[in-house]
Design a protein around this ligand. Structure first.
Ligand code: NAP
Length: 283
């Protein structure tokens, strides 16, 4: 293996220790940072995600509330809960776990969250803040990727970054964050022609597609930094990313593994955002 591993578990541990220290400082001022996680329905993957988020809060000394509702909950009732949490001074961050049942308009619910408590960074005000370089909450997954680049001291100025995927929660905000750090950014998607020609020019590649082997060794410039956001299952049912890890690690300069890469960073950045929300509210 030539590539150095960017270890998301180790970096998360370090960042979560910092969160715990800052949370203690806030508590000394009488403020306990609090996150409300709202789950509607019984999607098994969502249940695991929310459990992990609540546990991560507890481990870092943050207050957390898990609100679980039946899949039959009405949109009006959910909007009323969000409004109550907006007005609850013990809650600094609100996360409504997606996907929501089909009868609920997810965007409407996200827009109902106060931007000051939008720790997922999905509110249109948060997206606008990111786009214009104003203070706001950054979506946790691409924010975690930026922290991973920071952790290796990577200077993005003038570098060519290729982001594969253009979703509102990963690809687009990732591209904006890289642009903010003066990278030259190319965004690829399902209609992109000759992806390999683009990735071969890239100093940094972020794969956020949700398909195995989207990025293989022949598509990577020697020494490039490769961040793998994808979460897929291989033929044995094991978690894997979008990147052919075994091949690409022989060419890249740095690479994130799956599992143990971007995944743990996502929850860590949720804690960071929640802490930040509490710090801002206490000023
Ligand atoms: P998404 O909304 O499905 O977006 C996937 C993107 O990939 C779309 O923009 C799509 O293009 C593009 N795409 C599809 N096939 C492609 C191809 N062959 N070549 C290039 N681009 C292609 O997914 P997402 O929510 O962004 O998530 C992406 C992956 O990251 C998933 O595996 C997800 O599970 C994972 N994820 C991981 C974390 C984490 O914490 N590690 C967090 C969030 C997501 P079009 O726009 O043209 O359709």
């Amino acid at each position: 293996m030539t590539a150095q591993l960017i270890d998301g578990n180790a970096l998360s541990k370090q960042l979560r220790t910092e969160v715990a220290t800052r949370a203690q400082a806030l508590k000394a001022q009488g403020v306990k940072p609090g996150l409300a996680v709202v789950l509607v329905g019984d999607n098994p993957a969502s249940q695991v995600y929310v459990r992990n988020k609540v546990k991560a809060c507890e481990d870092s000394g943050l207050h957390s509330v898990l609100e679980k509702y039946e899949a039959t909950m009405t949109e009006a009732d959910l909007l009323a809960r969000v409004e109550a949490l907006n007005n609850d001074p013990a809650i600094h961050g609100i996360l409504v776990q997606l996907p929501l049942p089909a009868h609920i308009d997810a965007q409407k619910v996200i827009e109902a969250i106060s931007p000051a408590k939008d720790v997922d960074g999905f509110h249109i005000a948060s997206a606008g803040a990111l786009m214009t370089g104003m203070p706001g909450f950054w979506p946790c997954t691409p924010y975690g990727c930026m922290k991973m680049l920071d952790s290796i001291g990577y200077d993005l100025r003038g570098k060519h970054a290729v982001v594969i995927g253009r979703s509102n929660i990963v690809g687009k905000p990732m591209a904006l964050m890289l642009l903010q750090k003066d990278a030259t950014v190319t965004v690829a998607h399902s209609r992109t022609q000759n992806l390999k020609a683009l990735t071969l020019q890239a100093d940094v590649i972020v794969a956020a597609v949700g398909k195995r082997n989207v990025l293989t060794a022949d598509m990577v410039k020697p020494g490039a930094v490769v961040l793998d956001v994808g979460m897929n299952r291989n033929d044995e049912g094991k978690l894997c990313g979008d990147v052919d890890f075994d091949g690409v690690k022989e060419v890249a300069g740095y690479i994130t593994p799956v599992p143990g890469g971007v995944g743990p960073m996502t929850i860590t950045m949720l804690l960071v955002n929640t802490l930040e929300a509490a710090e801002r509210a206490s000023k």
